[in-house]
Design a protein around this ligand. Structure first.
Ligand SMILES: Cc1ncc(C[n+]2csc(CCOP(=O)(O)OP(=O)(O)O)c2C)c(N)n1
Ligand SMILES: [Mg+2]
Length: 328
């Protein structure tokens, strides 16, 4: 594929915004300013960025506990996300939800929730609605390798296939589900094969190569949009930080999970560095421009943190303000 420079730089900026926003959270998590559980996406940015670059504003996405990247890549507001993580009234969920409950309906971010596989059925409903309305929208459900152990995924794939629904099942396989390596939660076989019994076409993609993600998901989303039914996609990737919080979970530390050499191998496969190298080799960018974009993005992130810090906490009297109540 040939690309134009504006498109590539936009993609690069999206990845950079996710990375810098998340790394900025490390300090306030460690010093206790941020109190909600935070699952960092650092290392996996190419997946959300590459997929969402193919989506229209009116398309839907649903995420899980590790969804800062999904929210930002789909167009969610950075200030509102950081304010939500700081649990402030100006946050995208009014400060009631924290990091794992982001939402931005105007950008098509319809739901992010931490119950493993919990939003897959919601995405299925959105895809069913799009299909009934015949409005050309596509729904993407992002979930981890851990969600492949939940029955709802298989029910959803069956229903989506029977009804030929416009849904992308996007599995981010980062090789771990909390502290469990993938071989301890799956008997055998590759994740990419799980959709085949449902007659769903499947892709396995290098999730650290943003252009590979972009191209594969472009094909998949086109198939969905044209009425050819669901697509299952497995993205091979790795989180640089630990399961929750900034700790890297390497062996020898108190969380003692991942071999140090494994983390080091993946750090060399950083999706942002890889994309920078591609952009430099193909003369779309040089070191000066990279520094400029990093500085601009850093300023945006600093402004968002300032906005969050200066915002008010929700008023205690409003604690039930957004709680659904059936009218009697
Ligand atoms: C139904 C359910 N069971 C268990 C948990 C606890 N839990 C939170 S995240 C997680 C692991 C998720 O792993 P994966 O889906 O691979 O996502 P990753 O954290 O690797 O991005 C578990 C078991 C939960 N939130 N929901
Ligand atoms: Mg995982």
């Amino acid at each position: 594929m040939t690309y134009n420079s504006d498109f590539l730089l936009q993609l690069y900026k999206t990845m950079l915004r996710i990375r810098l926003a998340e790394e900025k959270l490390v300090e306030p998590i460690l010093d206790g300013t941020v109190r909600c559980p935070v699952h960092l996406y650092s290392g996996e940015e190419a997946v959300a960025s590459g997929i969402c670059a193919n989506l229209k504003t009116e398309d839907y996405i649903f995420g899980n506990h590790r969804s800062h990247g999904h929210y930002l890549a789909k167009g969610g507001d950075l200030n509102k996300m950081i304010a939500e993580i700081y649990c402030k009234e100006t946050g995208c969920s009014g400060g009631r939800g924290g990091s794992m409950h982001l939402i931005s309906p105007d950008d098509g971010v319809l739901g992010i929730a931490p119950i493993v596989a919990g939003t897959i059925s919601l995405a299925l409903g959105a895809a069913l609605a799009a299909s009934i309305r015949n409005d050309g929208r596509v729904a993407v459900t992002f979930f981890g390798d851990g969600a492949t152990g939940e029955g709802v995924l298989y029910e959803a794939m069956n229903f989506a296939s029977i009804k030929k629904l416009p849904i992308i099942f996007a599995c981010e396989n980062n090789l771990y589900s909390t502290h469990l390596p993938i071989h301890e939660i799956r008997v055998k076989g590759q994740i990419v094969d799980i959709a085949k019994p449902f007659d769903i076409s499947s892709y396995q993609v290098d999730g650290n190569d943003v252009l590979a993600v972009y191209e594969a998901s472009r094909e998949a989303i086109d198939k969905c949009r044209n009425g050819n039914g669901p697509v299952f996609m497995e993205f091979l990737t790795y989180r640089f930080r630990g399961h929750v919080g900034p700790d890297d979970n390497v062996q020898g530390t108190h969380t003692d999970i991942r071999p140090k050499e494994e983390l080091e191998k993946w750090l060399k496969n950083d999706p942002i560095t890889r994309f920078e190298n591609y952009l430099k080799e193909n003369k779309f960018i040089d070191d000066l421009k990279i520094n400029e974009l990093r500085n601009i993005t850093s300023c945006e992130v600093n402004d968002a943190v300032k906005y969050a810090v200066e915002s008010e906490r929700p008023n205690k009297d409003d604690v039930t303000k957004y709680v659904f109540r059936k009218k009697s």
